[in-house]
Design a protein around this ligand. Sequence first.
Ligand code: DP6
Length: 356
Amino acid sequence: MSENDFVFKPSKLVNGSSSWESPSNIALIKYWGKYRNQLPKNPSVSFTLSRSKTVTKVRYRPKIKGDKKNYSFSFNSSEKKSFHEKIDKFFFRAQKYIPAIKDHFFEIESKNTFPHSSGIASSASSMSSLALCLMDFEKKINQNISKSYFLKKASFLARLGSGSASRSIQGPIVSWGQSEFYNNSSQLFGTPLNKISEVFKSYQDSILIIDKKEKKISSSLGHELMESNPYAKNRFFQANKNMGIIKSIFSSGDVKNFIKIVESEALSLHAMMMTSYPSFILIKPNTLSVIDKVIKFRNSTSVPICFTLDAGSNVHLLYPKINFNRVQSFIDSELLKFCESKKFINDEVGNGAKKK
Ligand code: DP6
């Protein structure tokens, strides 16, 4: 499908409301580097999570004369002007594909099921839930759209808000970006994988909160710095190759090789940050202490646990559900001391967004 397939021209004035909850996701093969209109420099793939979610409710009506903007936004019941820049950009990009947006006013209310200041990225869950509400708005104008088009375009629109959000519409494992190994893969939207071993369908993700503060460097700036990173070409090559390797791991259930590739991806992502110019470091000493403990624990037990990192200092511990109790006591006894306010969140692989 091309970008033009996602342009829906007809306009009609409508009133209505829509509410969706959408989860966060954790990338296994990382997206880091983009071009043009939020297109990825390399394909990526993630576990969709189930408990770390954003719930978004949108009420829409025809625009009236006094409306200065075409939306209002509240987060956890209070107006959040600091989010306006991101939503402005998102609406500007989205109205090319749903021009009827221009003629309407949208009252947007969002809340997260996880603490905003936990350092967990909320752009994937918030942009995907908002994109789904906009698709309900499009559906109100054109009732004939198919379920498959609805989901693809929701992912397409979510991508315009935040690249990784394109992978949060469905689950349990979603790829985004053209890859020779994935049929139907696209630069424009996320595609759920169909051959997945049982072990990965209930994989656990315990998120250790190392630092609650918002990171100093935004993902957008990080992506931009890849343009001049001397290792960028090799990184994109590596990610493309890893997409093929991890695809066969997903279908065979080879947890040993899953660990190898996931940890290598996490460290490669942070290596890109450290080798950008200007360089930056998002991991903290406690991130490294946790990683060290996790490797030692894995080597001295038979628990196939591994770590991954997003664009921050928090550590995601990934492991099969069968090891849940064992890992919980390991966190309690050995890792909590490295977490800010002794905080961590237990999440697991999930099946994507739900209409409320
Ligand atoms: C490290 O999706 O937050 O989490 O497209 O600029 O909004 P924007 O970036 P964003 O980048 C996510 C980067 C990552 C890796 C990943 O999720 O694949």
